[in-house]
Design a protein around this ligand. Structure first.
Ligand code: SF4
Ligand code: SF4
Length: 121
């Protein structure tokens, strides 16, 4: 029972490694791969199209105080984001965009809830 996995481990010792030491080493991403969303608060028109289209209901419009007074903008629960890009596609001023950022691990799940201010580049 124990012998088989042990033999497999010994056999694999000389083989090529499939994992990398993170964060010291980072895999390069494919051109099409994009993850963390970025919001340009200056051009968001508070239309809520992103909230309506999100298939996983991970966008909630929340109030933020801007230079021009209070506005509503998207807050995103990154732990439930599918990185599907639908919100980016429907955003009229193209102020919500997927980026190459994928380093957003957290010990506390509340840290995955990103307010509009935290989504700025
Ligand atoms: S990328 Fe997809 S799942 Fe993520 S917030 Fe946008 S619409 Fe929702
Ligand atoms: S991010 Fe884009 S789609 Fe979402 S509320 Fe702002 S302007 Fe509308």
């Amino acid at each position: 029972m124990v012998l088989k996995p042990l033999l497999e481990s010994i056999k694999s010792l000389g083989e090529e490694r499939f994992t990398v030491e993170f964060p010291e080493t980072r895999e390069s991403l494919d051109d099409r791969e994009r993850y963390m969303l970025r919001l340009d608060m200056d051009t968001c028109i508070s239309c809520s199209a992103c909230e309506r289209i999100c298939p996983n209901k991970t966008i909630t419009m929340v109030e933020v105080l801007t230079d021009r007074g209070p506005k509503v903008m998207p807050q995103i629960g990154i732990e439930r984001c599918l990185f599907c890009g639908l919100c980016e596609e429907v955003c009229p001023p193209k102020c919500l965009t997927l980026t190459k950022g994928y380093d957003f691990e957290a010990y506390d799940k509340r840290n995955f809830i990103k307010r509009p201010e935290e989504l700025q580049g």
